[in-house]
Design a protein around this ligand. Structure first.
Ligand code: NAP
Length: 338
């Protein structure tokens, strides 16, 4: 498959490395605001022909690629994914695929106009074996009494923010903040493992820029609560825990999922899963390739529909959490339009 890239940051590099490792994609097109950046990006990967673009319309209307991976700042995902769908491309969008339910609804409506095309949210851990091992383990638990899930990492951009700069991820203009960045993983965890919550609250610690530097979310279920601790201004080393009756399902980190074990009532550990590939994007690249290589198979359509249905629910919960904390983005004006 011919792969095009939007956004030339480190995550796009990691995705291309993962995609090439599957041996199912070739890098054929790169868009950057700056042609030299695009050329530099592709030179790290291949000697073969890659087309470079610094004009988005030209990029989308070229035949240089048939699947695009979008790794631009969050607020740009919607418009870029929409343009890609209109150009009949298959689309992989970094999380979050969209920043509010109306954007999500519009993207899905556009996708339905292109029944041969696929739209994926790149939520890396959702496709990893460790995630699936936890899902299976939970299905076998007789009682669930709640969970505490943490993803809190000092951002490589926070020093710049503290120095008075405006890194995209710490601005509302680019739909940044802890929830829309790291929180996405934890909302995926909760929804995939426990379903859609009855109600949610989000106590955010806001920065002067208006985004949440960190926060605590509570997702309320009929029989228990799930607490999410999210942050980009400090480091947490707390493991994630899911509480059964006497047993506890533990993961070293609720988004990285390097190692997962069950602890019995005496604290004895039984490891049930470990990270398989060192590149955390490998499994998603592989999963999307399997669908795209067999686009007419019922199984492909079922899988892609299921993943997208999950992305829709995650998008709704993220929006409710953000709404609770009164964090608004310029893109939200679309919510008031028909
Ligand atoms: N899956 C993961 O593990 C993971 C990890 C990190 C990030 N992400 C996701 O990846 C996406 C990108 O994150 P990031 O931290 O790499 O973002 P970023 O550094 O702010 O921007 C990514 C790229 O977008 C382009 N860009 C930057 N500012 C722009 C602007 N004002 N207008 C248009 N294009 C702009 C740049 O590419 P050019 O200069 O070439 O145009 C830049 O390299 C986010 O959605 C994030 O959630 C995912």
């Amino acid at each position: 498959m011919k792969l095009g890239i939007i956004g030339t940051g480190w995550i796009a590099k990691q995705f291309v490395q993962a995609a090439l490792k599957t041996e199912k994609y070739e890098l054929t097109a790169v868009y950057s605001r700056n042609l030299e950046t695009a050329q530099k990006f592709s030179s790290d990967f291949t000697e073969s022909t890659v087309e470079h673009f610094n004009e988005l319309t030209e990029f989308f209307h070229s035949d240089a690629f048939d699947v695009v991976y979008i790794a631009s700042p969050n607020s740009l995902h919607y418009a870029q994914a929409m343009a890609a769908l209109k150009a009949e491309k298959n689309v992989i969008v970094e999380k979050p695929i969209a920043t509010n339910p109306k954007e999500m609804e519009n993207l899905i409506a556009e996708l339905r106009l292109h029944p041969k095309n696929y739209l994926f949210e790149a939520a890396r851990h959702y496709h990893q074996p460790n995630f699936k091992a936890i899902t299976t383990e939970i299905q076998g638990m007789e009682v669930i009494q709640g969970a505490t899930l943490t993803y809190e990492k000092y951002s490589s951009r926070y020093d710049a923010y503290l120095a008075g700069e405006k890194p995209n991820v710490f601005t509302t203009d680019f739909a940044g903040g802890a929830l829309e960045d790291l929180g996405v993983y934890l909302v995926y965890d909760a929804l995939a493992w426990f379903g859609v919550p009855d109600s949610v609250i989000y106590e955010a610690t806001k920065l002067n820029s208006g985004v949440d530097g960190s926060g605590i979310a509570i997702l309320k279920y009929p029989q228990f609560n799930v607490t999410l601790q999210i942050g980009k201004t400090a480091n947490s080393y707390l493991p994630g825990e899911i509480y059964g009756l006497k047993e506890t399902l533990v993961m070293d980190n609720a988004a990285d999922l390097n190692i997962v074990y069950v602890a019995d009532e005496n604290g004895n550990k039984d490891v049930i899963s470990r990270l398989v590939d060192a590149n955390p994007l490998y499994e998603e690249a592989q999963a999307f390739a399997e669908v795209l290589e067999n686009p007419d198979d019922l199984e492909s359509r079922d899988n892609a529909d299921r993943w997208l249905a999950m992305a829709v629910e995650v998008n709704k919960v993220l929006y409710k959490l953000r709404h609770y904390a009164k964090i608004t983005f310029p893109n939200d004006v679309i919510m008031d339009k028909d």
